[in-house]
Design a protein around this ligand. Structure first.
Ligand code: UFG
Length: 370
Protein backbone atom coordinates (compact mmCIF):
# COMPACT_ATOMS: atom_id res chain seq x y z
CA UNK A 1 0.00 0.00 0.00
CA UNK A 2 1.39 3.37 -1.00
CA UNK A 3 -0.26 6.72 -1.34
CA UNK A 4 -0.45 5.98 -5.07
CA UNK A 5 -2.61 2.92 -4.50
CA UNK A 6 -5.80 3.65 -6.45
CA UNK A 7 -8.88 4.09 -4.27
CA UNK A 8 -12.24 2.66 -5.27
CA UNK A 9 -15.44 3.82 -3.58
CA UNK A 10 -17.84 1.05 -2.53
CA UNK A 11 -21.29 2.44 -1.75
CA UNK A 12 -22.98 -0.15 0.45
CA UNK A 13 -19.53 -1.64 0.97
CA UNK A 14 -20.34 -2.99 4.44
CA UNK A 15 -23.05 -5.28 3.08
CA UNK A 16 -22.90 -8.89 1.96
CA UNK A 17 -21.53 -8.49 -1.56
CA UNK A 18 -19.76 -5.21 -0.80
CA UNK A 19 -17.70 -6.69 2.03
CA UNK A 20 -16.51 -9.62 -0.10
CA UNK A 21 -15.66 -7.19 -2.89
CA UNK A 22 -13.67 -5.12 -0.38
CA UNK A 23 -11.46 -8.15 0.28
CA UNK A 24 -11.06 -9.01 -3.41
CA UNK A 25 -10.17 -5.42 -4.38
CA UNK A 26 -7.67 -5.16 -1.53
CA UNK A 27 -6.04 -8.41 -2.66
CA UNK A 28 -5.89 -7.06 -6.23
CA UNK A 29 -3.94 -3.97 -5.13
CA UNK A 30 -6.67 -1.36 -4.72
CA UNK A 31 -7.64 0.64 -1.65
CA UNK A 32 -11.38 0.12 -1.27
CA UNK A 33 -13.27 2.86 0.61
CA UNK A 34 -16.61 1.97 2.17
CA UNK A 35 -19.52 4.41 2.18
CA UNK A 36 -22.43 2.90 4.10
CA UNK A 37 -25.24 4.05 6.39
CA UNK A 38 -25.45 0.62 8.09
CA UNK A 39 -29.18 0.42 7.48
CA UNK A 40 -28.77 -3.20 6.34
CA UNK A 41 -25.28 -4.04 7.59
CA UNK A 42 -23.44 -4.24 10.89
CA UNK A 43 -20.41 -2.17 11.94
CA UNK A 44 -18.73 -5.34 13.27
CA UNK A 45 -17.96 -6.21 9.65
CA UNK A 46 -15.25 -3.50 9.68
CA UNK A 47 -13.19 -5.25 12.31
CA UNK A 48 -13.55 -8.53 10.43
CA UNK A 49 -12.36 -6.86 7.21
CA UNK A 50 -9.34 -5.43 9.02
CA UNK A 51 -8.52 -8.90 10.33
CA UNK A 52 -8.96 -10.48 6.93
CA UNK A 53 -6.97 -8.00 4.90
CA UNK A 54 -4.43 -6.94 7.52
CA UNK A 55 -4.92 -3.31 6.63
CA UNK A 56 -6.94 -0.27 7.56
CA UNK A 57 -10.57 -0.21 6.51
CA UNK A 58 -11.58 3.30 5.48
CA UNK A 59 -15.28 3.70 6.15
CA UNK A 60 -17.40 6.80 5.72
CA UNK A 61 -20.72 6.54 7.51
CA UNK A 62 -23.53 8.21 5.62
CA UNK A 63 -26.23 7.86 3.02
CA UNK A 64 -25.59 7.78 -0.70
CA UNK A 65 -28.59 10.07 -1.17
CA UNK A 66 -26.52 12.84 0.40
CA UNK A 67 -24.81 14.02 -2.79
CA UNK A 68 -22.58 16.61 -1.12
CA UNK A 69 -21.31 13.98 1.30
CA UNK A 70 -20.60 11.49 -1.50
CA UNK A 71 -18.78 14.17 -3.48
CA UNK A 72 -16.65 15.10 -0.51
CA UNK A 73 -15.73 11.44 0.10
CA UNK A 74 -14.85 10.87 -3.58
CA UNK A 75 -12.61 13.92 -3.56
CA UNK A 76 -10.92 13.30 -0.23
CA UNK A 77 -10.02 9.71 -1.13
CA UNK A 78 -9.19 10.61 -4.75
CA UNK A 79 -11.26 7.68 -6.00
CA UNK A 80 -10.56 6.44 -9.53
CA UNK A 81 -13.76 4.37 -9.73
CA UNK A 82 -16.95 3.65 -7.82
CA UNK A 83 -18.86 0.42 -7.34
CA UNK A 84 -22.49 1.09 -6.48
CA UNK A 85 -24.01 -1.56 -4.21
CA UNK A 86 -26.09 0.64 -1.91
CA UNK A 87 -29.77 -0.03 -2.32
CA UNK A 88 -32.70 -2.12 -1.20
CA UNK A 89 -33.20 -5.59 -2.61
CA UNK A 90 -36.22 -7.58 -1.49
CA UNK A 91 -38.59 -8.31 -4.36
CA UNK A 92 -41.69 -8.80 -2.17
CA UNK A 93 -41.04 -5.69 -0.09
CA UNK A 94 -40.69 -3.66 -3.29
CA UNK A 95 -44.24 -4.58 -4.25
CA UNK A 96 -45.48 -3.24 -0.89
CA UNK A 97 -43.29 -0.13 -0.83
CA UNK A 98 -42.54 0.89 -4.42
CA UNK A 99 -41.78 4.52 -3.65
CA UNK A 100 -39.17 3.55 -1.09
CA UNK A 101 -37.56 1.29 -3.71
CA UNK A 102 -37.47 3.92 -6.43
CA UNK A 103 -36.24 6.58 -4.00
CA UNK A 104 -33.39 4.48 -2.70
CA UNK A 105 -32.34 2.67 -5.83
CA UNK A 106 -32.93 5.22 -8.58
CA UNK A 107 -32.21 8.38 -6.60
CA UNK A 108 -29.25 6.66 -4.95
CA UNK A 109 -27.58 6.08 -8.31
CA UNK A 110 -28.43 9.60 -9.49
CA UNK A 111 -26.86 11.02 -6.35
CA UNK A 112 -23.64 9.07 -6.88
CA UNK A 113 -23.43 10.05 -10.56
CA UNK A 114 -24.11 13.72 -9.79
CA UNK A 115 -21.43 13.65 -7.12
CA UNK A 116 -18.97 12.15 -9.60
CA UNK A 117 -19.95 14.49 -12.44
CA UNK A 118 -19.93 17.65 -10.35
CA UNK A 119 -16.73 17.37 -8.46
CA UNK A 120 -14.26 14.79 -9.73
CA UNK A 121 -12.67 13.45 -12.87
CA UNK A 122 -13.75 9.96 -11.86
CA UNK A 123 -15.99 8.63 -14.65
CA UNK A 124 -15.81 4.86 -14.07
CA UNK A 125 -18.70 3.19 -12.30
CA UNK A 126 -19.64 -0.44 -11.78
CA UNK A 127 -23.33 -1.00 -11.11
CA UNK A 128 -24.84 -3.83 -9.13
CA UNK A 129 -27.76 -4.96 -11.28
CA UNK A 130 -29.70 -8.20 -11.18
CA UNK A 131 -30.83 -11.01 -13.45
CA UNK A 132 -34.30 -10.13 -12.25
CA UNK A 133 -34.39 -7.49 -15.03
CA UNK A 134 -35.07 -10.35 -17.49
CA UNK A 135 -38.39 -11.20 -15.82
CA UNK A 136 -39.75 -14.56 -16.94
CA UNK A 137 -37.39 -15.62 -19.74
CA UNK A 138 -38.68 -17.45 -22.81
CA UNK A 139 -35.84 -19.98 -22.52
CA UNK A 140 -32.59 -20.74 -20.71
CA UNK A 141 -29.69 -20.08 -20.63
CA UNK A 142 -30.30 -16.33 -20.57
CA UNK A 143 -27.91 -14.12 -22.51
CA UNK A 144 -27.58 -10.37 -22.33
CA UNK A 145 -29.53 -9.92 -25.57
CA UNK A 146 -32.70 -11.31 -23.99
CA UNK A 147 -35.48 -8.74 -23.64
CA UNK A 148 -35.78 -7.05 -20.27
CA UNK A 149 -39.22 -7.45 -18.73
CA UNK A 150 -39.06 -6.52 -15.06
CA UNK A 151 -41.94 -7.84 -12.96
CA UNK A 152 -41.48 -6.01 -9.65
CA UNK A 153 -40.65 -2.45 -8.57
CA UNK A 154 -37.27 -3.78 -7.45
CA UNK A 155 -36.55 -5.16 -10.92
CA UNK A 156 -37.92 -1.98 -12.52
CA UNK A 157 -35.62 0.13 -10.36
CA UNK A 158 -32.59 -1.88 -11.53
CA UNK A 159 -33.56 -1.49 -15.18
CA UNK A 160 -34.17 2.24 -14.71
CA UNK A 161 -30.67 2.53 -13.32
CA UNK A 162 -29.25 0.65 -16.29
CA UNK A 163 -31.09 3.08 -18.59
CA UNK A 164 -29.77 6.11 -16.69
CA UNK A 165 -26.24 4.81 -17.21
CA UNK A 166 -26.93 4.29 -20.93
CA UNK A 167 -28.20 7.90 -21.26
CA UNK A 168 -25.16 9.20 -19.49
CA UNK A 169 -22.80 7.30 -21.81
CA UNK A 170 -24.69 8.63 -24.80
CA UNK A 171 -24.38 12.19 -23.51
CA UNK A 172 -20.68 11.98 -22.72
CA UNK A 173 -18.49 9.12 -23.94
CA UNK A 174 -15.92 9.73 -21.22
CA UNK A 175 -18.24 7.80 -18.86
CA UNK A 176 -17.28 4.16 -18.46
CA UNK A 177 -20.00 1.97 -17.02
CA UNK A 178 -19.94 -1.68 -16.09
CA UNK A 179 -23.36 -3.20 -15.46
CA UNK A 180 -23.23 -6.56 -13.68
CA UNK A 181 -26.41 -8.64 -13.72
CA UNK A 182 -26.04 -11.01 -10.78
CA UNK A 183 -27.76 -14.36 -10.67
CA UNK A 184 -28.08 -15.91 -7.16
CA UNK A 185 -25.14 -15.01 -4.89
CA UNK A 186 -24.62 -17.41 -1.96
CA UNK A 187 -21.76 -18.63 0.22
CA UNK A 188 -19.32 -16.73 2.37
CA UNK A 189 -15.62 -16.06 2.72
CA UNK A 190 -13.88 -19.41 3.39
CA UNK A 191 -12.53 -18.13 6.74
CA UNK A 192 -16.10 -17.73 8.02
CA UNK A 193 -15.28 -14.16 9.04
CA UNK A 194 -17.70 -12.42 6.68
CA UNK A 195 -20.94 -13.65 5.20
CA UNK A 196 -24.61 -12.92 4.69
CA UNK A 197 -26.43 -11.62 7.75
CA UNK A 198 -30.11 -11.15 6.88
CA UNK A 199 -32.32 -9.46 9.43
CA UNK A 200 -35.52 -11.28 10.40
CA UNK A 201 -36.79 -14.32 8.51
CA UNK A 202 -34.62 -14.87 5.44
CA UNK A 203 -36.37 -14.47 2.07
CA UNK A 204 -33.73 -16.35 0.18
CA UNK A 205 -33.11 -20.06 0.04
CA UNK A 206 -29.53 -20.45 1.26
CA UNK A 207 -29.78 -18.35 4.45
CA UNK A 208 -33.00 -20.17 5.28
CA UNK A 209 -31.33 -23.57 4.78
CA UNK A 210 -28.38 -22.60 6.98
CA UNK A 211 -30.76 -21.49 9.74
CA UNK A 212 -32.58 -24.84 9.55
CA UNK A 213 -29.24 -26.65 9.75
CA UNK A 214 -28.19 -24.73 12.83
CA UNK A 215 -31.57 -25.37 14.51
CA UNK A 216 -32.92 -21.82 14.39
CA UNK A 217 -35.83 -22.89 12.18
CA UNK A 218 -37.63 -26.22 12.20
CA UNK A 219 -37.90 -26.93 8.50
CA UNK A 220 -37.56 -25.48 5.05
CA UNK A 221 -40.62 -24.90 2.94
CA UNK A 222 -39.87 -25.85 -0.66
CA UNK A 223 -42.00 -23.53 -2.75
CA UNK A 224 -43.45 -25.61 -5.57
CA UNK A 225 -42.91 -29.26 -6.49
CA UNK A 226 -44.60 -29.29 -9.89
CA UNK A 227 -42.41 -27.03 -11.99
CA UNK A 228 -41.36 -28.36 -15.39
CA UNK A 229 -37.85 -29.09 -14.09
CA UNK A 230 -36.11 -32.46 -13.57
CA UNK A 231 -37.26 -32.83 -9.94
CA UNK A 232 -40.20 -30.42 -10.01
CA UNK A 233 -38.53 -27.73 -7.87
CA UNK A 234 -37.26 -24.32 -9.02
CA UNK A 235 -33.85 -24.15 -10.69
CA UNK A 236 -31.46 -21.21 -10.16
CA UNK A 237 -27.91 -20.24 -11.03
CA UNK A 238 -26.20 -20.06 -7.63
CA UNK A 239 -22.92 -18.19 -7.62
CA UNK A 240 -20.29 -18.13 -4.87
CA UNK A 241 -20.02 -14.62 -3.45
CA UNK A 242 -16.21 -14.81 -3.72
CA UNK A 243 -16.54 -15.46 -7.47
CA UNK A 244 -18.95 -12.56 -7.64
CA UNK A 245 -16.46 -10.36 -5.78
CA UNK A 246 -13.75 -11.39 -8.27
CA UNK A 247 -16.14 -10.38 -11.05
CA UNK A 248 -16.24 -6.86 -9.60
CA UNK A 249 -12.46 -6.68 -9.57
CA UNK A 250 -12.39 -7.78 -13.21
CA UNK A 251 -15.02 -5.15 -14.02
CA UNK A 252 -13.07 -2.33 -12.33
CA UNK A 253 -9.87 -3.44 -14.06
CA UNK A 254 -11.59 -3.62 -17.46
CA UNK A 255 -13.12 -0.16 -17.11
CA UNK A 256 -9.87 1.44 -16.03
CA UNK A 257 -7.71 -0.38 -18.59
CA UNK A 258 -9.85 -0.57 -21.71
CA UNK A 259 -12.35 2.16 -21.05
CA UNK A 260 -15.18 0.34 -22.79
CA UNK A 261 -18.55 0.03 -21.16
CA UNK A 262 -20.32 -3.32 -20.83
CA UNK A 263 -23.38 -5.11 -19.48
CA UNK A 264 -22.73 -8.72 -18.49
CA UNK A 265 -24.32 -11.60 -16.61
CA UNK A 266 -22.45 -12.92 -13.61
CA UNK A 267 -23.42 -16.51 -12.90
CA UNK A 268 -21.93 -19.98 -13.23
CA UNK A 269 -24.06 -21.07 -16.16
CA UNK A 270 -25.17 -24.09 -14.10
CA UNK A 271 -28.68 -24.57 -12.77
CA UNK A 272 -29.35 -26.27 -9.42
CA UNK A 273 -32.81 -27.15 -8.11
CA UNK A 274 -34.05 -26.40 -4.59
CA UNK A 275 -33.75 -30.10 -3.73
CA UNK A 276 -30.28 -30.11 -5.29
CA UNK A 277 -29.26 -27.32 -2.90
CA UNK A 278 -30.78 -29.21 0.05
CA UNK A 279 -28.83 -32.39 -0.81
CA UNK A 280 -25.56 -30.49 -1.39
CA UNK A 281 -26.02 -28.69 1.92
CA UNK A 282 -26.69 -31.95 3.76
CA UNK A 283 -23.45 -33.36 2.36
CA UNK A 284 -21.48 -30.22 3.26
CA UNK A 285 -22.83 -29.93 6.80
CA UNK A 286 -23.43 -33.56 7.69
CA UNK A 287 -26.83 -32.45 9.02
CA UNK A 288 -30.28 -33.36 7.76
CA UNK A 289 -32.37 -30.48 6.38
CA UNK A 290 -36.01 -31.24 7.17
CA UNK A 291 -38.32 -29.81 4.52
CA UNK A 292 -41.91 -29.86 3.38
CA UNK A 293 -43.42 -28.99 0.05
CA UNK A 294 -45.47 -25.81 -0.04
CA UNK A 295 -47.37 -24.00 -2.81
CA UNK A 296 -45.41 -22.09 -5.43
CA UNK A 297 -44.29 -18.63 -4.29
CA UNK A 298 -45.98 -15.81 -6.21
CA UNK A 299 -43.74 -14.36 -8.90
CA UNK A 300 -41.25 -17.26 -9.01
CA UNK A 301 -40.19 -18.67 -12.36
CA UNK A 302 -39.42 -22.35 -13.02
CA UNK A 303 -35.82 -22.04 -14.06
CA UNK A 304 -33.24 -19.41 -14.49
CA UNK A 305 -29.58 -19.68 -15.39
CA UNK A 306 -27.06 -17.57 -17.22
CA UNK A 307 -25.22 -17.72 -20.47
CA UNK A 308 -21.85 -16.62 -19.13
CA UNK A 309 -19.85 -16.41 -22.35
CA UNK A 310 -19.96 -12.60 -22.60
CA UNK A 311 -18.47 -12.11 -19.11
CA UNK A 312 -15.71 -14.50 -20.08
CA UNK A 313 -14.98 -12.63 -23.30
CA UNK A 314 -15.27 -9.08 -21.96
CA UNK A 315 -13.85 -9.51 -18.47
CA UNK A 316 -11.79 -12.68 -18.74
CA UNK A 317 -13.79 -13.80 -15.70
CA UNK A 318 -15.55 -17.02 -14.93
CA UNK A 319 -16.86 -18.61 -11.76
CA UNK A 320 -14.61 -21.33 -10.37
CA UNK A 321 -16.49 -22.50 -7.27
CA UNK A 322 -19.25 -25.10 -7.38
CA UNK A 323 -22.36 -25.72 -5.29
CA UNK A 324 -20.47 -27.93 -2.80
CA UNK A 325 -18.08 -25.09 -2.00
CA UNK A 326 -20.95 -22.61 -1.77
CA UNK A 327 -22.73 -24.85 0.77
CA UNK A 328 -19.54 -25.57 2.72
CA UNK A 329 -18.70 -21.89 3.09
CA UNK A 330 -22.29 -20.89 3.94
CA UNK A 331 -22.29 -23.56 6.63
CA UNK A 332 -18.91 -22.50 7.97
CA UNK A 333 -20.10 -18.89 8.28
CA UNK A 334 -23.38 -19.91 9.94
CA UNK A 335 -21.68 -22.22 12.43
CA UNK A 336 -19.11 -19.65 13.41
CA UNK A 337 -21.66 -16.83 13.57
CA UNK A 338 -25.02 -18.27 14.62
CA UNK A 339 -26.24 -14.72 15.27
CA UNK A 340 -24.44 -13.15 12.35
CA UNK A 341 -22.29 -10.16 13.20
CA UNK A 342 -23.97 -9.90 16.60
CA UNK A 343 -22.18 -13.13 17.58
CA UNK A 344 -19.41 -12.66 20.14
CA UNK A 345 -16.33 -14.05 18.43
CA UNK A 346 -13.77 -14.86 21.05
CA UNK A 347 -12.62 -17.73 18.82
CA UNK A 348 -12.13 -15.74 15.64
CA UNK A 349 -8.52 -14.91 16.50
CA UNK A 350 -7.69 -18.57 15.97
CA UNK A 351 -8.75 -18.30 12.36
CA UNK A 352 -7.02 -15.08 11.50
CA UNK A 353 -4.03 -14.54 9.31
CA UNK A 354 -1.19 -13.18 11.46
CA UNK A 355 -1.70 -9.45 12.02
CA UNK A 356 0.51 -7.21 9.93
CA UNK A 357 2.63 -4.88 12.07
CA UNK A 358 4.90 -1.94 11.47
CA UNK A 359 3.15 -0.88 8.33
CA UNK A 360 4.42 2.32 6.76
CA UNK A 361 0.76 3.30 6.41
CA UNK A 362 0.08 3.32 10.11
CA UNK A 363 -1.88 1.10 12.44
CA UNK A 364 -3.93 -1.78 11.07
CA UNK A 365 -7.30 -1.07 12.51
CA UNK A 366 -10.61 0.03 11.08
CA UNK A 367 -10.87 3.71 10.49
CA UNK A 368 -14.45 4.83 10.83
CA UNK A 369 -15.27 8.43 10.04
CA UNK A 370 -18.71 9.61 11.02
N1 UFG B 1 -37.15 -21.13 -2.13
C1 UFG B 1 -37.78 -22.11 -1.39
N2 UFG B 1 -37.94 -21.88 -0.05
C2 UFG B 1 -37.51 -20.74 0.56
C3 UFG B 1 -36.85 -19.74 -0.21
C4 UFG B 1 -36.70 -19.98 -1.56
O1 UFG B 1 -38.20 -23.16 -1.92
O2 UFG B 1 -37.70 -20.59 1.78
C5 UFG B 1 -36.93 -21.38 -3.56
C6 UFG B 1 -37.59 -20.35 -4.48
O3 UFG B 1 -38.94 -20.70 -4.73
C7 UFG B 1 -36.69 -20.44 -5.71
C8 UFG B 1 -35.30 -20.75 -5.12
O4 UFG B 1 -35.55 -21.28 -3.83
O5 UFG B 1 -37.06 -21.53 -6.52
C9 UFG B 1 -34.41 -19.51 -4.99
O6 UFG B 1 -35.13 -18.51 -4.27
P1 UFG B 1 -34.39 -17.20 -3.68
O7 UFG B 1 -35.43 -16.42 -2.93
O8 UFG B 1 -33.18 -17.60 -2.95
O9 UFG B 1 -33.90 -16.43 -4.98
P2 UFG B 1 -34.72 -15.87 -6.24
O10 UFG B 1 -34.22 -16.60 -7.44
O11 UFG B 1 -36.17 -15.86 -6.01
O12 UFG B 1 -34.27 -14.34 -6.27
C10 UFG B 1 -32.91 -13.97 -6.19
C11 UFG B 1 -32.82 -12.64 -5.45
C12 UFG B 1 -33.40 -11.55 -6.28
C13 UFG B 1 -32.75 -11.53 -7.63
C14 UFG B 1 -32.86 -12.88 -8.30
C15 UFG B 1 -32.08 -12.86 -9.59
O13 UFG B 1 -33.50 -12.71 -4.22
O14 UFG B 1 -33.15 -10.29 -5.66
O15 UFG B 1 -32.32 -13.89 -7.44
O16 UFG B 1 -31.89 -14.09 -10.13
F1 UFG B 1 -33.34 -10.61 -8.39
Amino acid sequence: MTENTPSVLLTGGAGYIGSHTFVALAEAGYQPVILDDFSNSHPAVLERLAQLTGRRVPCEKGNVLDTAFVAEVLQRHRCVAAVHFAGVKAVGESVQQPLMYYRNNVSGLLSLLEAMAGTTACRSVVFSSSATVYGNPASVPIDEGFPCAPESPYAQSKLMCENILASLRASDPSWRTGVLRYFNPVGAHPTGLIGEDPSGIPNNLMPFVTQVAVGKRARLQVFGSDYPTPDGTGVRDYLHVSDLADGHVAAVQALLAKGESFTVNLGTGQGTSVLGVVRAFERASGRPIPFEFAPRRAGDVAQYFADVSLARGVLGWRATRGIEEMCRDSWHWQQRNPDGYRTQTSDTAMHMPAPVRNSPNGPMRPVVSA
